[in-house]
Design a protein around this ligand. Sequence first.
Ligand code: HEC
Length: 150
Amino acid sequence: MKKTGLTLFVAVMLGSSPVGMAQAKPDYAIRYRQSVYTAILWNYLPMGDMVRGKTPYDKAAFALRAERVAALTPMLLEGFPKGSDRGAKTEAKPNIWSDFADFSAKMKSFETESKTLATVSAAGDLEKIKTQFAKVSETCKSCHSKFKTD
Ligand code: HEC
C-alpha cells in the first residue's frame, strides 16, 4: 500500500472526512482533481468526434457520456483547497486562490452548461446538441485561459 493510501486509511479510522484529508494533503488534492479532469476528457473527446462528424452520431452513447460529464463536474471544486497550488506537478495557476470568486463562478457555469448538455443529449436533437456542446467547450476555454498554465 502506498503512503497516501495508508494515510487515508488511518484518517478514515480516526473518523476524519475525505474532504478534510484533501485539505491536509495538497499532493492528494492535485492528483484528485487531475483524475477527475482526465475522466471528463475521456468522455468529452468521443462526444467531440460525434459533434464534428468524425464518428457517426449515436444518441444513446452520446447521452451516456454527457450524463457522466454532468455528474463529474460538481466533483471538481473541492479538489482546489487552499495550499494546493504546490505539492505536486500542477498546471493550476496561483490566481485561482487569489481570485477564487471568479474561479468558482467559472466552475459553476461549467456545471450548469454540462447539465444542460445532458438534458439536450437525452432529447437527441443533434443541432441543439452541437450548439450546447460548443457552449460547454467555451467554459473549458474561458477557465483554462485564465487559470491554467499550458
Ligand atoms: C473552472 C475552471 C476550469 C474549467 C471550467 C475546466 N477546467 Fe480543465 N483544468 C483547470 C485547471 C486549473 C487545471 C489544472 C489542474 C492541475 O494541474 O492541478 C485543469 C486541467 C485539465 C486537464 C489536465 C488534467 C491532468 O491530468 O493534468 C484536462 C484534460 C482538462 N482540464 C480538461 C478540461 C475540459 C475538457 C473541460 C471542459 C469540458 C475543462 N477542463 C474545464 C480548470 C478548468
